[in-house]
Design a protein around this ligand. Structure first.
Ligand code: SF4
Length: 339
């Protein structure tokens, strides 16, 4: 009885910690390893494969579109990455070789079934680079699709052609990090190169039906110059199209980049202006409190079709067919319902 009464409180606390990202995940893992069982309907403690019910941060998915953050998703991650970003904010997982972090309950069927039980509309592969567990992603995706659950990858997109084609076959949506618009940055700070990531974006947009969005983490003094932001935005507009959503996200000191200060909100706001000037229709700011930076405006009439405050949906002016509620212009995205 007491357990039943406490369940909503526990669920709320778990969701809160999960929303904190890797730190919250580690707290949850510590709680579980202290032999305090977490309710499986709230969290599926598979971590390093760790899934929980949360709100998808993609803007093009869910009820409404570019920007509606209401698609309830299950998230999970594993260990390892094929890049080595000095600023990695999930380095506890991406750099870890501690297989003891992995659990043995993360079967594809268990993940998909857990997501279904929780009413998740999608399962997102995130935290580390999901392409490093391509075969597992494939099996989870198959189990999810069999239940009508979509799959989403949060990926750096640093892949060769054959792996790229194989990986994205299993996905319905992707958010690709474009970490800078400079090969030098990729080589010095990320441990990779720029061109394969651009190839991934071209492939996704021009050769697949995978809903694609881009995130650019702006790091003060390293990749946040107006010239670089203009070049990046102009490339997206010309090579991918002006409707591809772009998120400028704030850096926080972490891992091997503790000496760099956090990104000021003004930098993100200016980047958003520059990207819009370059012709992009859906540009957002992330990791900061910025209502205008989280608002989707109709490119036709300029009025707000989706307004958000952080992860909260404030107002929705989209028709069910995905057109602007004010002027009727189509707003691209993947439609769903809020139910
Ligand atoms: S690609 Fe992502 S997970 Fe991998 S090291 Fe870079 S920031 Fe970390």
């Amino acid at each position: 009885m007491l357990q039943k009464l406490l369940a909503p409180v526990v669920a709320w606390m778990v969701a809160l910690m999960a929303a904190m990202g890797p730190l919250g995940v580690m707290v949850l893992m510590a709680i579980e390893s202290a032999c305090i069982p977490l309710p499986s309907e709230v969290i599926m403690p598979f971590a390093g494969y760790l899934a929980f019910k949360g709100q998808l941060t993609f803007f093009g998915l869910g009820a409404g579109h570019p920007g509606v953050q209401i698609w309830i998703a299950g998230f999970f991650g594993a260990l390892g990455c094929n890049l080595s970003c000095r600023f990695c904010q999930n380095w506890h997982l991406s750099r870890s070789r501690d297989l003891g972090l992995l659990r043995d309950r993360a079967t594809p069927e268990a993940i998909a079934e857990g997501a279904r039980r929780q009413g998740c509309r999608s399962v997102a592969f995130t935290y580390n680079e999901p392409a490093t567990i391509l075969e597992f992603v494939s099996d989870v995706a198959e189990a999810c699709h069999a239940r009508g659950i979509a799959t989403v990858a949060v990926t750096a997109g640093y892949l060769e052609d054959a792996a790229r084609r194989d990986f994205f076959t299993h996905l319905d949506a992707a958010n690709v990090d474009l970490k800078a618009f400079s090969d030098d940055f990729y080589r010095r700070v990320v441990g990779g190169s720029l061109e394969p990531v651009l190839d991934t974006l071209r492939y996704l947009v021009h050769e697949t039906k995978v809903w694609t969005e881009i995130t650019a983490l702006l790091i003060p003094g390293l990749n946040d110059s107006e010239g670089e932001i203009r070049r990046l935005s102009e490339w997206i507009a010309s090579d991918l199209g002006e409707d591809v959503p772009l998120h400028f996200s704030a850096f926080h000191p972490d891992h091997r980049m503790l000496e760099v200060p956090p990104t000021p909100g003004a930098t993100l706001t200016r980047a958003r202006e520059l990207a819009r000037e370059a012709g992009l229709n859906y540009v957002y700011t992330g990791n900061v409190r910025d209502r205008e930076g989280g608002t989707t405006r109709c490119p036709g009439c300029g009025r707000a079709v989706i307004q958000r405050d952080g992860y909260r949906l404030l107002d929705l002016n989209l028709q069910e067919d995905g057109t602007c509620g004010h002027c009727g212009r189509p707003v691209p995205g993947v439609f769903g319902t809020t139910g």
